[in-house]
Design a protein around this ligand. Structure first.
Ligand code: SP5
Ligand code: ZN
Length: 351
């Protein structure tokens, strides 16, 4: 049995276009993604589908800066107050503080909205619109509710989050992510009594936000399998030599894999990730479940088949830890249903 937490408010984040390859192209992180997964888990009868409880803002501010959260919450009002077009569906930052130079990086919170958008973002590929905060905060509350269920004794729960979260930094959005749902789930488990939490990220892209949030902490072990950032987004984090800092030294593990990776090699890396999590002695597990490792994902280059997701779920279930599964990426929309159901079926069959 596995209950699913879901909020229909995800559909309030409804991007139409995104910037990619020098063009405005149809957005891929769209409401239909969550609808497909919802219908699939309903038909699979894994367990009840329940609504989230209210948002615990205090917990969110344990992983994101309060001023960033305030920026997200007030963004659309600021957009309108700045006299911008109220009919715009998608906004994009276009200027960032430069990284280098003799005086180093100056991050300044400007009065002007364009400066603020650059201050609180790290890419131009993440449309933000009028309903983004409503959807992102609902998505975070979905993660919190699922984590509270597991902290309260349920063996596993599925947080059907949208928008996704694992790229969201302590104080910056990007990669279609605004609030880091997996980090919020891990923090909720910590607040609920778990001493050691592992976050295992199997999305195609490195979970740069989750890594950054926990990089100097030894109570949350972040482990990620992803396309080598030498070849793939998010490029600037996710390399194998990033192992944590300060008290967190040794509590970050990146396992970059080449684009084109198939299940056989993927499963081998996953086995070593799970062995490291076992050695860590986690009390609970958060899985960042990106279904963009699928062979026909439109923006990704791993080669997992429908059947491979059953094997993925089986290996995750066999870790035999209290687990919050958090939905992340996956853009082959019509394949999300079978890939999600196969993963969760494999998981539940191996508990
Ligand atoms: C949560 C998640 O999976 N976020 C992914 C964000 C990826 N953003 C960058 C996508 C760039 C895609 N370029 C594809 C080129 C195909 N012509
Ligand atoms: Zn991804």
């Amino acid at each position: 049995m596995m209950r699913t937490v879901f909020s229909p408010d995800h559909s309030l984040h409804d991007p139409q276009v995104e910037m990619a390859d020098g063009k405005l192209v149809p957005a891929v992180e769209i409401p239909r993604r969550a609808q497909m997964v919802l219908e699939a888990v309903r038909e699979a009868k894994f367990g009840d589908i329940i609504a989230p409880d209210g948002l615990d803002l205090g917990c969110i501010e344990q992983v994101h800066s309060p001023d960033y959260v305030q920026f997200l919450e007030s963004f659309w009002q600021r957009w309108l107050e700045a006299g911008r077009d109220a009919d715009v569906t998608d906004t994009f930052p276009f200027i960032w503080p430069a990284q280098g130079g003799p005086s180093g990086l100056r991050k300044i919170r400007t009065r002007h909205l364009d400066g603020l958008m650059g201050y609180y973002s790290f890419d131009a590929g993440t449309p933000m619109g009028p309903g983004t905060w409503a959807a992102a905060s609902a998505s975070a509350s979905v993660a919190q509710t699922a984590a509270r269920m597991v902290a309260g004794g349920e063996r596993q729960a599925f947080a059907l989050c949208r928008p996704p979260g694992h790229h969201a930094m302590p104080d910056a959005y990007g990669g279609y992510c605004f609030l880091n749902n997996a980090a919020i789930a891990a923090q909720t488990l910590r607040n609920g009594g778990a001493q050691k939490v592992a976050v295992l990220d199997v999305d195609y892209h490195h979970g740069n936000g989750t890594q950054a949030i926990f990089y100097d902490r030894d109570d949350v072990f972040f482990v990620s399998l992803h396309a080598d950032p030498m070849d793939e987004y998010p490029y600037f984090l996710g390399h194998g030599d990033e192992t944590g800092a300060g008290a967190g030294q040794g509590f970050n593990l990146n396992l970059p894999l080449p684009p084109g990776t198939r299940w056989e090699d993927y499963a081998q890396a996953l086995a070593s990730a799970l062995a490291r999590i076992e050695a860590f002695g986690a009390d609970a597990l958060v899985i960042s479940l990106g279904l963009d490792i699928y062979e026909r994902d439109p923006i990704s280059q791993f080669k997992l088949t429908h059947d491979d997701f059953t094997g993925l779920g089986a290996m995750l279930g066999a870790a035999n830890l209290p687990t919050v599964v958090v939905f992340e990426g996956g853009y082959a929309v019509d394949a999300l249903a079978v890939n999600a159901v196969n993963t969760l079926t494999g998981f539940l069959d191996n508990r």
